[in-house]
Design a protein. Sequence first.
Length: 508
Amino acid sequence: MHVLLLLGLVPILLIARYIFNLLRTSYKERTLLSVPGPFWTRFSRLWYFQRVWKGKFEEDNIALHEKYGAVVRIAPGQYSINDRAALRPIYGPGTKFAKSAWYEGWKHPDPERWTLFPDRDIKRHGDTRKRFSSLYSMSSLVHYEEFVDQSADVFFQRLGEFADRDAVLNLGEWLQFYAFDVIGQITYGQRFGFLDKGQDIDGTIDALGHVMVHSTLVGIYHEWHPRLFGLLSKFKWSGAGGRTYLMRYVQEKIAQFSPNRKSDVEEGSLKTQTFLEKMILARDKDPEKVTDYHVFMMGLSNIIAGSDTTAISLSAILYYLIHYPNVLAKLREEIDDFTKQGQCSERVTFKESQDMPYFQAVMKEALRMHSATGLPFWRVVPPGGAEISGHFFPEGSVVGVNAWVFHYDESIFPDAKTFRPERWIEAEEDPARLKVMNETYMPFGLGSRTCLGKHISILEMSKLIPRILREFDFVAEKLKWNTENFWFVKPTDFSVKVRRRDIKSEKL
C-alpha cells in the first residue's frame, strides 16, 4: 500500500518540479516576456526538440526570424539571435559566454573524459587549443598534403570505374569515404579503407551517424544524458554505443603506433608526419604538458569532427556546380587555363588552388549556401547579464546564432538563395560591404571556438575539386537532394552519374 502511494507521488512530484522550474525561469526572465516565438516555446523545450527531431531546423530557424524578427524564443530561457552586433559580445575575443549545457550530449558523462569540442570550461579549452593549434595550422599542411594526395588518387580511380560502367553512385557517401580515409591517413598514417572497399567498414560511419543523432537530441534534454549513456552504450546502434566504439577504435590505433616510425620522424628522414606522430613526440618531450589522455582525446576529435564537415562541404560545392552549369563552365575555364600555363599540377597542390580566384569564390559561396552545421551555436549569458539586440538577458539565459540564418539574410547577401560566387569578387571593390559579409560568414563557427580543423578541411577540398572537375562530368539523378540536420546538415541522396569529360566536344 505504501509502495503504491509512493509510486503515485512520483509523477506528481515530477510535474510539480517542472512547474516550479518553469515559474522560476519565467520570473527570472520576466523582462523578456515580450520576445516573440511559437506559443509552446514559453512552456517547454518539447517544441524545439520536435523541430530538431524532424531534421530540418536550419529551414525552421530562417523562417522563425523572417516571421518574428531579430530575437526569437526557442524554448523557456533560450533565444535565437539574428543581429550582427551580437556576434562580437557572444563569440568575440575574451568572451565570457560559455558553451551551453546542450554540448553535454557530445561528451562522455565522466567529467574526467572531456574532449575539445564540447568543453564548456573556457579556460581549459583555451589552454588546450593553444597546445595543439600548431598541429592544425596552415604551416602544418605541408606535412599532410601527401596523405591527401594518396586518398585522392584512389578516389579518382573509383570515379573512373563508375564512369566506365555508366553506373549511378551516391556521391555524398563516396565523398565521406574520401574524407574519412584522408583523416585516417593524416591522423594515423593509414586509410580506414572505405575507398578501397567501397563501403562502410565495421559500421564506423554508421556509428558516427548514431553519435550525431543521439548527441543532438539528448543535448536538448541534457540532464538525461548521464542517466541514458550507461544503458545505451551497450548497444552499438545507439549514439552512446557509437561513441564507445569510436573510442575503442582510437585506443587501438594509438596502441599500434610503431616505435620504428617514431625513430624515423625524430631523425628527420620522413617527408611527412602524421598527427599521431606529432602528438607522441610532443608527449615524450613534455609529458606534463601533453599527456596520454591528450593524445587520445585529440585523435578521437579528429575522427568525430574531421569527416562529416569536409564531406558535406565537398558535396555542397559539387551540388551547386552541377545545378549552375554557367558557374561550372566558368570555373572549368579557370582550371583549364591554369593547367595550360603549368600552374595546376596533375595532383593539384594547395598553393596552386589558393591562386585560383574564381575557385576560391566558388568554395566560399557553396559553404555560405550550405554550411555543414545547421543549429545555433548555443552560449550561456555570464554573471551580470547582457544587453543584446535591445533586450536585457539575465545570467543563465541561453542565446545563439545559426550560420544558416545569417547566410540567408537578404540584407547581407542579396538574392541569397542564388548561387553566385561573383558576389565575393565584386565585394572586393567595396571594403565595407566585404567586411560585413566576412563577419557574418561562419561555416566553421565563430571566434575562439572556430573549428580547429578548418585548414585541414580546406586543404582536402582545395586539392580534390579542381582535380576531378578537370577530368569528370557529373549528372544529377534528382533535381533536388534531401538532407537531414542533426548538427550537421547532411545530404542523404546525392545520387549522380559520372562521365569522363569530353573536352573536344565542349570546345565545338
